[in-house]
Design a protein. Structure first.
Lengths: 192, 534
């Protein structure tokens, strides 16, 4: 079993903490995990990218080879399109948030961005912000996405919930509950 | 523990009983010192043992502090990014000649692919230049193990050891098994101070000694390299992280070749030993070299007269000469067809360049500078290394150069000295302390007509907001001390509400026929956020 995950978004969206949640849950399940991210220039409104590799065997490359990725979590829809050639033809899919971050002058027409994402088999476009607000904290949108792909992850939802509690506990009970709720609401989205 | 490469290096130093660690921030090495500072208090040490982990003014000062720790008989580490080693080159090369006492490990993080750097120089060549051993881990566990080994090796052979890591290793996380921590050792001050006085007579003796050690370094590197016999068609030599990218594809190569794997030699230490390479070469029909950075081992294999068997690698183009390795580029070099992948998007996906943070004081400084230069044709705005370099890009297009730490001051001065009008240096406070001050002394000496803008945000912002070495309040006095005339040292508020006044002040100083310094003051937004959190 291997599960290669790309997490991408725009600097400041906090996608990397979600990577930690999934990684810790996988490690607790005794799986091999490698996480890779690049810091520095990629902050401050620029592209942010992390690779997360999970396997029951030894993992070598810290980054995912092209054509091997199982899931792209895109916290911003345009960012998903940047990494399509990393997706596996047989297994790969995209789970993307719908709200664009319009900090560049030449952002493409949003419907054509959605159209490109919908071309990917099993792609899931999620109105994560609205659902996160419903969960009580708009900053929990990333966990809505993780919930929306919970069935594709190699760890059970309970394990994710446990790591969410551990990671957010220092931010207080309200934040923990909002993130747990976001994850749960994500899990119950019906996919076409 | 789950650690990034940087954290593994830091944890290993703590467990190896490091007494003094020093650094200047620089991606991808910054997290080494951040981790050390966070954990050094809780690390084991005898009662009364002093352990320090400190940011320094620049890599040279950091290096020299580490040398002092070694002289005093304790273990020392200095960490930096690859271009930082250029700054520390003087102590680095000369420290190879002294008789290292407490173990000295020099950690240099290279940035192939230039994720956050201005070049992709390969520090293995600089270790060779200094004639010291270089260790290069292939994963986080090896980074941990090698640092501990490097301290022992440094003390045993009385030389500094360079640990070379690269961006992907520094910033990727993996499970690392640690070994029991040892206490801070204290050997007492060196008993051979003559071996630290590099006057010609002593330096010649030390140099001869260092040259004599080379054969030992080579033999030890050879013994540490790992040869796995396989196919006699292909031999693969991997170095550092190259091993990971090769192993990612090894199964597929074997599948395409009747189950047989290539003969594989992994090299993790330099100068390169020769025996195992010889054993590999006598077995296989051709060799592929997979190394991150320059074709360093590959160049040696080819020599001037050429290798006795075909060698593939960066010099012949099987692997790209520029940029970092990947599992994909190594796959192609192995002759395997690319994995089938989803097609790229049918619409153009525009890049998203980094930008100034919302409310960044630099943005206001550049609005003021552009206003001051409005209508002017003749000017040269030299810049430096930091977040403010982003102002070279649209929509700002405010500065015109970025070369190395401190260069803005020297380049503006040099241009002004031969007649360039409105020569302006734009530098951050941290970069000014790092390497800008000495240039300013030159400008003062020659009364060069130039204006220096110091963007004083109180922090090293680009690397995640580490504290600047000196406080904002002390800067005007420092400038006076350097000889800048008091009436041409202006402290301005870098703020939207002060733009008109700031622009007028900049215009006034640009008109002055001498050295003027304008300090644009306001705290970094990221720094404020970080300070509020802690």
């Amino acid at each position: 079993m291997t599960c290669d995950i790309i997490l991408c978004g725009v600097g400041g969206q906090g996608g990397l903490s979600v990577s930690v949640v999934i990684a810790r849950a996988a490690m607790a399940a005794g799986l091999h995990v490698k996480q890779s991210e690049v810091h520095g220039m990629s902050q401050r409104g620029g592209e942010v990218l992390a690779h997360l590799r999970i396997s029951d065997r030894e993992i070598y490359s810290p980054t995912i080879p092209k054509g091997k990725t199982d899931i792209i979590f895109a916290f911003e829809p345009l960012e998903a399109l940047r990494y399509l050639s990393w997706l596996s033809v047989e297994r790969g899919t995209v789970v993307a948030a719908m709200v664009p971050i319009l900090n560049i002058p030449n952002y493409p027409d949003i419907d054509s961005v959605f159209g490109e994402i919908r071309k990917i088999p099993r792609a899931r476009l999620i109105d994560a912000d609205t659902i996160a607000k419903e969960a009580g904290n708009v900053r929990s949108a990333n966990l809505v996405l993780v919930g929306a792909a919970a069935d594709l992850l190699p760890v059970p939802p309970k394990a994710i919930e446990k790591e969410v509690e551990a990671l957010f506990s220092r931010k207080g009970e309200a934040v923990v509950q909002a993130n747990l709720k976001a994850f749960e609401l994500g899990r119950h989205i019906q996919h076409a | 523990m789950v650690l990034s490469g940087d954290e593994a290096v830091a944890q290993a130093a703590l467990d190896a009983g490091v007494a003094g660690a020093f650094a200047y921030p620089g991606t991808p090495s910054t997290e080494i010192m951040e981790y050390l500072q966070e954990h050094i208090g809780e690390a084991a040490g005898a009662a009364g043992t002093v352990r320090v982990a400190q940011w320094c003014a620049n890599e040279k000062t950091a290096y020299e502090s580490a040398l002092g720790v070694s002289f005093a008989g304790k273990r020392a580490m200095v960490s930096m990014k690859h271009v930082g080693l250029n700054v520390a080159m003087d102590p680095f090369v000369n420290s190879a000649l002294v008789r290292i006492h407490g173990g000295l490990v020099v950690v240099v993080a290279d940035d192939p692919g230039m994720h956050s750097s201005q070049n992709e120089q390969d520090s293995r060549l600089l270790a060779e230049f200094a004639r010291i051993p270089c260790f290069e881990p292939s994963d986080q566990q090896e980074a941990y193990d090698m640092v501990r080994l490097a301290f022992d090796y440094s003390e045993a052979h009385e030389v500094p050891v360079l640990l070379r890591i690269t961006t992907r290793l520094a910033h990727a996380r993996d499970l690392v098994t640690t070994a029991p921590a040892r206490a801070v050792s204290d050997m007492g001050k060196t008993g051979d101070t003559y071996a630290w006085v590099l006057m010609p007579a002593m330096a010649r003796r030390q140099w001869a000694g260092l040259l004599a050690k080379q054969a030992v370094f080579r033999a030890d590197a050879d013994a540490a390299s790992r040869l796995e016999l396989g196919s006699n068609e292909l031999g693969v030599i991997t170095c550092g992280l190259g091993r990971a990218y090769y192993m990612e594809n090894e199964d597929d190569w074997a599948q395409a070749h009747g189950g047989e794997r290539p003969t594989h030699l992994h090299i993790g230490r330099y100068p390169v030993g020769t025996e195992k390479i010889g054993a590999l070469a006598s077995r296989v029909g051709r060799v592929l070299v997979v190394e991150e950075g320059y074709p360093y081992v590959e160049r040696d294999l080819r020599g001037i007269f050429g290798a006795p068997l075909p060698v593939a690698g960066k010099m012949t183009g099987e692997i790209p000469l520029a940029g970092e390795l990947s599992a994909d580029s190594v796959r192609a070099a192995l002759g395997l067809s690319p994995r089938e992948a989803v097609a790229a998007a049918a619409i153009e996906v525009p890049g998203r360049a980094p930008q100034f943070c919302q409310g960044c004081p630099h943005a206001d400084s550049f609005i003021a500078l552009k206003k001051a230069l409005e209508g002017e044709v003749e000017f040269f705005a030299a810049s430096d290394i930091g977040c403010y370099t982003l102002s070279a890009l649209p929509p700002w297009n405010a500065v015109e150069s970025c070369v190395d730490m401190g260069a803005s001051v020297g380049m503006a001065r040099g241009a002004a000295s031969v007649g360039q009008k409105r020569a302006i240096g734009v530098i951050g406070d941290s970069t000014f302390y790092h390497s800008g001050m000495t240039n300013l002394i030159d400008a003062v000496k020659y009364r060069t007509p130039m204006t220096l803008l110091i963007l004083d945000n109180g922090t090293t912002g680009m690397t995640g907001a580490q504290p600047t070495i000196s406080a904002t309040s002390r800067l005007p006095r420092l400038l006076e001390g350097l000889g800048v005339e008091k009436e041409h040292i202006r402290a301005l508020e870098a703020h939207r509400r002060a733009i008109e006044a700031d622009a007028a002040a900049i215009r006034e100083e640009l008109a002055y026929d001498g050295v003027s310094v304008i300090v644009m003051v306001r705290e970094c937004i990221e720094w404020l956020k970080k300070a509020r959190k802690s």
